[in-house]
Design a binder for this molecule. Structure first.
Ligand SMILES: Cc1ncc(C[n+]2csc(CCOP(=O)(O)OP(=O)(O)O)c2C)c(N)n1
Ligand SMILES: [Mg+2]
Length: 321
């Protein structure tokens, strides 16, 4: 594994940053501080952080409705993200986009997306652009197991394989699609079998093992950058919380989430154990990184709350239609 100590520190801190960001988003939503709705990715942090660790700053990602983790993993600013959720002018979209419209083009974050599967077309277009420009950039397209049934994947996957585009279709199999388990709605036995229809490699990885995700994505990124074409990668994970914040979760047994929250399965605990057991970190190092992440998110919340709301006249700015 070719990650430096500093990089490992950053990855562990980033996982906690995501955990605390979403914890704060939930609390703010329940406290009527957020408009619209919001989705947390608690339990899925290793997919976002492991994948983005394999990318360059100028590589692209496209995200989903459950996108806070993807954006933070690619380097998104927690202050500008929290301000956006709170509807403040200092937010990524000047407070007019909210949770599902966070983008940062300087960091290659081409946008979260409220349209299930919507990122698949954008990501494939970005990969085509990178290929035409010969820029060497690679795209990671995050989407869910539910989104894997959307028609756009058939069109985009075919095109990407035909033109050998530099893209990784990274399906987060978190076992749920909105208020239903995803399994009964997927005909193939294993999701990665869909890759065969497109004519690209289909791989699978333990999505709660950060280093395994990193290795798998890194391999696919290296191949894509060298002109070897796209990869379809399925990361097995679990959506610990409800579909949206406030979902009463009547459709699944309580014990199931408890099992995935346990230290044996929780992706942050698992990575922490490897850092201590195999990579020479002390428990105290991990504890201070966790506390730093907590402080960073407290700072982001304070920043957001202290920022002004947009003026009414701003309704007419940045309008393209
Ligand atoms: C085109 C479209 N259809 C339906 C919806 C409503 N919807 C929002 S999230 C979701 C389920 C998505 O499941 P999955 O892709 O597995 O993502 P997850 O929520 O598990 O992260 C649905 C059906 C939508 N937003 N867009
Ligand atoms: Mg899902």
């Amino acid at each position: 594994m070719n990650l430096s100590r500093d990089q490992l520190v950053d990855l562990y801190h980033r996982m906690w940053l995501i955990r605390y960001f979403d914890e704060a988003a939930r609390a703010l939503f329940m406290g009527n501080m957020l408009r619209g709705t919001t989705h947390t990715c608690t339990g899925q942090e290793a997919v976002a952080v492991g994948a983005c660790a394999a990318l360059r700053r100028d590589d692209y990602i496209t995200s989903t409705h459950r996108g806070h983790g993807h954006c933070l993993a690619k380097g998104g600013d927690p202050r500008a993200m929290m301000a956006e959720l709170l509807g403040r002018v200092t937010g990524y979209c000047k407070g007019k986009g909210g949770s599902m419209h966070i983008a940062d083009l300087d960091l290659g974050i081409l946008g979260a997306n409220g349209i299930v599967g919507g990122g698949i077309g954008l990501a494939t277009g970005a990969a085509y652009s990178a290929d035409l420009r010969g820029s060497g950039q690679v795209v990671v397209c995050f989407f869910g197991d539910g989104a894997s049934n959307q028609g756009i994947l058939m069109e985009a996957g075919n095109m990407a394989a035909l033109w050998q585009l530099p893209i990784i279709y990274l399906c987060e199999q978190n076992q749920y699609a909105e208020f239903s388990p995803s399994r009964p709605f997927i005909a193939v036995e294993r999701l990665e079998m869909k890759a065969q229809a497109f004519g690209m490699p289909g791989l699978t990885v333990d999505g709660n093992d950060l280093l395994a995700v990193y290795q798998a994505v890194r391999g696919a990124v290296e191949r894509a950058r060298a002109g070897g074409g796209p990869t379809f990668l399925v990361a097995h994970t679990y959506r610990i919380e409800g579909h949206t914040v406030g979902d009463p979760l009547t459709y699944r047994p309580k014990e199931e989430a408890a099992l995935w929250k346990s230290p044996e399965r929780d992706p942050i605990s698992r990575f922490g154990r490897r850092l201590v057991g195999e990579l020479g970190f002390a428990e105290a190092d991990l504890e201070s990184l966790r506390q730093k992440a907590r402080a960073d998110i407290d700072d982001a919340i304070a920043f957001g709350k202290a920022s002004p709301e947009p003026e009414i006249a701003a309704l007419w700015e940045d309008v393209y239609a």
